[in-house]
Ligand binder design. Structure first.
Ligand SMILES: [Zn+2]
Length: 86
């Protein structure tokens, strides 16, 4: 007792290397703390890259929409400014 197999790196580690997780049958997370940190870092990296690529792809796929959006934004902005000039 006192040790647990990590589901990711497949290392048997002392339970101190696992975070507590009450939803699991043994009260500990499936991955060791090191793997958890790595998974989180990976997720953020992928997530960030994906959202960036998606926005670039969207702009490429719908240049007209983006242009219309920018135009309406500028018009609204100008209308607001004109209002204050009066
Ligand atoms: Zn691990």
């Amino acid at each position: 007792m006192g040790t647990k197999l990590c589901g990711r790196c497949k290392c048997v580690k002392h339970i101190g290397h696992f975070a507590k997780d009450r939803s699991r049958y043994d009260g500990l997370t499936h991955h060791c703390k090191i793997c958890k940190a790595e998974l989180r870092a990976e997720y953020y990296r992928e997530h960030k890259a994906r959202t960036y690529l998606e926005s670039v792809a969207y702009r490429k796929a719908h240049p007209d929409k983006v242009r219309v959006y920018n135009q309406t934004y500028m018009k609204k902005k100008k209308a607001k400014e004109d209002m204050y000039d009066r």
